[in-house]
Design a protein around this ligand. Structure first.
Ligand SMILES: Cc1ncc(COP(=O)(O)OP(=O)(O)O)c(N)n1
Ligand SMILES: Cc1nc(C(=O)O)sc1CCOP(=O)(O)O
Ligand SMILES: [Mg+2]
Length: 208
């Protein structure tokens, strides 16, 4: 399996956002270092998720970027994505692994070391760990765990830890120092005036 990209861009499908325009700006900058996670609203139809994932995958392919699908593993399989991401309200990690197969990339959300170790034992190939910082992108999240929370998880597992939640280029160095392999963002790229430049800034922070 090729090594996992360090910058995970999660599609921003909130009203008024343009996920494909943002992706077209980010891809030439981050290329194979980019992992694009197709994430749609809970009330989006499977058909909508499928159409977005199909288009994202087509954009990713020429750059060697990785496409994952959040929650809806049947959509991941249907479009031929590299894998998926699951959390506490989705299929259990072991079941998700069974669905996707042994070669797929499978991410799992983990907020503390015990759950992280269990997710890895069940078949997760990376962990999404957060929320690191306050964020308005997703409501209802628990209190941010900060870089210290990321460190606690990173010390407990041997798979890549992807820090998520309110991550910006300015906060990347502390997260990397805490053991994060990479970061996942929505707003830092989607909300930027220049998404290509924001991508370059995040990548610069991740690779220095
Ligand atoms: C990289 C990454 N980390 C965490 C999440 C959150 O997943 P989940 O807890 O299942 O919440 P939803 O995204 O499904 O609302 C993620 N998607 N990606
Ligand atoms: C989808 C998601 N899951 C999170 C978690 O902590 O589980 S935080 C989050 C939203 C991340 O968006 P932004 O980069 O704009 O803060
Ligand atoms: Mg989920």
């Amino acid at each position: 399996m090729p090594s996992l990209g360090r910058l995970h861009l999660i599609t921003d499908t909130r009203p008024g956002r343009q996920p494909l325009t943002v992706l077209r700006a980010a891809l030439p900058v981050a290329r194979a270092e980019l992992v694009v996670q197709v994430r749609v609203a809970d009330d989006a139809t499977d058909r909508e998720a499928y159409e977005l994932a199909r288009r994202v995958l087509a954009l990713c392919r020429p750059y060697g970027a990785t496409c994952l699908v959040n929650d809806r593993l049947h959509v991941a399989l249907a479009v031929g994505a590299a894998g998926g991401h699951v959390g506490a309200e989705d299929l259990p990690v072991r079941a998700a692994r069974r669905v996707l197969g042994s070669a797929a990339v499978l991410g799992a959300t983990a907020r503390e070391p015990g759950a992280a170790a269990a997710a890895v034992t069940a078949g997760a190939s990376y962990l999404g760990v957060g929320p690191c910082h306050p964020t308005s992108t997703k409501p209802g999240l628990p209190t941010p765990i900060g870089a210290a929370g990321v460190r606690a998880v990173a010390e407990a597992v041997a798979v890549p830890v992807i820090a998520i939640g309110g991550v910006t280029a300015a906060t990347v160095p502390a997260l990397r120092a805490a053991g994060a392999y990479g970061v996942a963002v929505v707003g830092a790229v989607s909300g930027a005036a220049d998404p290509g430049r924001a991508t370059a800034e995040l990548l610069g922070a991740l690779t220095c």
